[in-house]
Ligand binder design. Structure first.
Ligand code: NCD
Length: 333
């Protein structure tokens, strides 16, 4: 039961709880109309102290499609933080208005702190370079749906592995499934933090290799997870400019990849994937965006304890479903 819980990092959910969420997301994909009222009367607050397009809008779209309402702010300047209010007080206040809070904050650990002061579930929508668990739910649902499994995969993580919070959360989550291996593709300055190697990969016995060139690795991969260089987390502009175009995935490099490669990217993209790759059927990053909304629907309904519609006779589904989602959702691993 997820009702009333917080989601701060991927480890807060067991593998079984993740599977239940993916199954619920698939039921929603099959017939969204059945879930169109399950959050009627409930309010989601989206507190974004850092810019976002997809994450905030997909949370809001998810809540609206569940029949609930949303309120919040999209930049710290629009909140009392700009007057010096503490995060604890902001959260205590918002939890008087809302039934669930999705928060993004530039400080690592901010979501955990918020959960300690909130009367309602807090969902971490990104805390600095630390974690981004709902992007990971999105990534896992996409992988499970496209590959039909979440284990036995060779996963290339490419780009800014140091500051990219989506990478940290995905590495942690995928290390829990059997027989996954990682290829870490980054410049020396942007290598994955030691704690992921020493406290995630090594204890779980997850094999990994580190390479500098995408060309060296691309032919071996089942999943290629591209990331942008995280400009906002650099201390100086010169380093960013030097590193920002370290990797560019283009049609030439895609020729070296397997036919069943799945290319993911949490987005936004800057230069790291040439737009010519978008036409390639192996490019799955816009399908990933769609899965992101459905998994957030499943998550919100579960945290609010309003996901049970199985007993209600399902009305015929008239909501258009994107063709790639098909009739049936993803398969289990
Ligand atoms: C990511 C994030 O904010 O960490 N974006 C997202 O939520 N989809 C990735 C990024 O900003 O590079």
């Amino acid at each position: 039961m997820l009702k009333g819980r917080h989601l701060i990092e991927p480890g807060n959910l067991t593998v079984e709880e993740l599977d239940e969420l993916f199954d619920l997301a698939n039921r929603i994909i099959e017939c969204p109309q059945s879930y169109g009222e399950v959050c009627r009367g409930k309010v989601l607050a989206t507190l974004f102290f850092e810019p976002s397009t997809r994450t905030r809008l997909s949370f809001e779209a998810a809540m609206l499609r569940l029949g609930g309402s949303t309120l919040g702010f999209a930049e710290p300047g629009a909140s009392s933080t700009s007057k010096g209010e503490s995060l604890a007080d902001t959260i205590r206040t918002v939890s008087c208005y809302a039934d669930v809070i999705a928060m993004r904050n530039p400080k690592e650990g901010a979501a955990l702190l918020a959960s300690q002061f909130s009367e309602v579930p807090v969902i971490n929508a990104g805390d600095g370079g630390h974690h981004h668990p709902t992007q990971t739910l999105t990534d896992l649902l996409t992988i499970r749906s496209i590959k039909g499994k979440t284990g036995g995969l060779t996963i290339g993580l490419c780009g800014d592995l140091k500051f990219g919070r989506t990478v940290h959360s995905l590495a942690k989550a995928m290390s829990r499934y059997s027989r996954n291996r990682f290829v870490l593709i980054s410049p020396p300055e942007l290598e994955i933090p030691d704690y992921i190697i020493n406290r995630v990969f090594k204890p779980a016995g997850v094999p990994f290799t580190q390479v500098r060139r995408l060309e060296e690795a691309i032919g071996d991969l089942d999943i290629l997870y591209m990331t942008r260089v995280q400009k906002e987390r650099f201390f100086n502009e010169q380093d960013y400019v030097r590193l920002k175009d370290s990797y560019i995935l283009d049609a030439e490099k895609m020729k070296m990849a397997r036919q069943d490669l799945c290319v993911l990217h949490p987005l936004p993209r800057v230069n790291e994937i040439a737009t010519e790759v978008d036409q390639d059927p192996r490019a799955a990053y816009f399908r990933q965006v769609t899965y992101g909304m459905y998994i957030r629907m499943a998550l919100i309904a579960s945290l609010l304890g309003t996901s049970k519609v199985e007993t209600i006779k399902e009305p015929p589904c008239s909501v258009p479903i994107p063709s790639f989602l098909g009739k049936k959702g993803g398969k289990k691993k």
